[in-house]
Design a binder for this molecule. Structure first.
Ligand code: FEO
Length: 399
């Protein structure tokens, strides 16, 4: 329950949610839980930046109380309306009756429509400064990163960026800083978070990072609202630029479903062909795979092959569940293809191709279909399909 010091007078006072396994409804699986990060600044004006999801309000208060009586809070900054960050505002503002609520105009609108309470709002916009005494806060509105109200707060003297949902990870741990865990662990969590939440808004994220430079903000530390705090923010900033450009590895993700195993045989034969070309390949049977993990794998792969048996002239139902999720996230620079077995009419392969094209994934060649169970000859054709796909992947721009 201890607060954690980021710098002199600046503390993490958030909460660790070890138990949650889903976020945003069921649109994000959180195998490692998450954290809700709130930050307390002790200066002439005592300031709390963001709060926590309501079930964790007491945990946050316990941490605050170890540093200061919550009644002494002068400002509460709300960077974002979403309830995982604003949900404990009613509690904290009831305990800190003199506190002003600092936010932008869209955030005020959203908070009023969530909590129906006309708190003592003080509106800020990009570039505004708020003196706390020795320290100064400044603000950058970041609309649609990922809600219209989103905002970043910057501690000018300490060069700490409180970047709310951006640069976050859903990762519960007893550590608070990036240099306290393995780099591959935090980058994997950050990639899954980006792929499933921010991929659609990647261009806004890099534009806003660019705007911090125009504002003269040097980022010594980046403290997001979820997960670990970046003492080395350049690593995650570089990753965001890389992901936003759609840069990926010579790697293929095969995602499929198979009714009686024929499409699965095709998937395995295609994978053999891809491997023959020395391109990395991973296979996911969608009904037994976590789709949000698969989407994270797609982020780092140049190629995506999707396979399904045909049922009722269409694909099996786990295929659109995956593709609709991916379509909304608008992956960039992917090359794709389709495959599947059928009994009489077919339809799955064409419909998969249509879905891939809708999300602007380049179809490398018409998909491969097999009637009923593939023969040796047909499996050889799948193998060659895999080889040609891998060659196309190797020919595409690489990182
Ligand atoms: Fe972590 Fe958009 O809330």
């Amino acid at each position: 329950m201890n607060p954690v010091k980021l710098a002199e007078g600046i503390y993490w006072v958030g909460a660790v949610d070890w138990d949650t396994r889903f976020f945003h409804g069921h649109t994000f699986s959180t195998h490692h839980g998450t954290t809700y990060n709130a930050y307390l600044i002790i200066d002439e004006k005592v300031t709390l930046v963001d709060t926590v999801f309501p079930p964790f309000a007491e945990e946050m208060l316990e941490r605050i109380k170890q540093i200061i009586d919550p009644q002494k809070i002068d400002y509460v900054v709300a960077n974002h309306v979403e309830m995982d960050h604003s949900g404990s505002l009613p509690k904290i503002l009831s305990l800190a009756p003199k506190a002003k609520l600092i936010c932008n105009v869209r955030c005020k609108e959203g908070l009023l429509k969530h909590y129906f309470t006309n708190w003592d709002f003080q509106l800020v916009k990009t570039g505004d400064k708020l003196s706390l005494g020795k320290r100064t806060l400044s603000f950058l509105e970041t609309p649609m990163l990922h809600w219209p109200d989103s905002m970043w707060t910057y501690l000018i003297e300490d060069e700490i960026l409180l970047c709310n949902d951006a640069l976050g990870q859903h990762y519960a741990s007893s550590e608070r800083f990036d240099d306290e865990i393995e780099e591959c662990t935090i980058m994997h969590a950050a990639a899954k978070y980006y792929a499933n939440i921010l991929m659609l808004f990647g261009s806004i994220a890099v534009k806003k990072i660019g705007e911090t430079q125009k504002l003269g903000w040097k980022i010594r530390m980046a403290a997001p609202a979820h997960g670990l705090i970046w003492k080395n923010p350049q690593s995650i900033i570089d990753a965001y630029f890389h992901w936003e450009k759609g840069e990926a590895k010579d790697r293929v993700v095969i995602a499929f479903d198979s009714m009686y195993g024929a499409t699965e045989k095709m998937a395995l034969a295609i994978a053999e062909g891809i491997k023959k070309e020395k391109v990395e390949v991973d296979i996911y049977k969608l009904p037994i795979s976590d789709k949000h993990d698969v989407i994270a794998e797609v982020l780092e792969a140049k190629g995506l092959l999707v396979g399904s048996s045909t049922v009722n002239n269409d694909y099996l139902p786990d295929i659109p569940a995956f593709l609709v999720n991916l379509r909304g996230l608008k992956p960039k620079n992917k090359i794709g293809g389709a495959f599947g077995s059928f009994g009489w009419s077919g339809g799955a392969v064409k419909n998969i191709e249509n879905m891939l094209q809708e999300m602007k994934i380049e179809i490398f060649e018409p998909g491969i279909s097999v009637k009923y169970v593939p023969t040796e000859e047909e499996l050889n054709k799948c193998f060659e399909f895999g080889r040609r796909f891998a060659q196309r992947i190797k020919g595409a721009g690489s990182t």
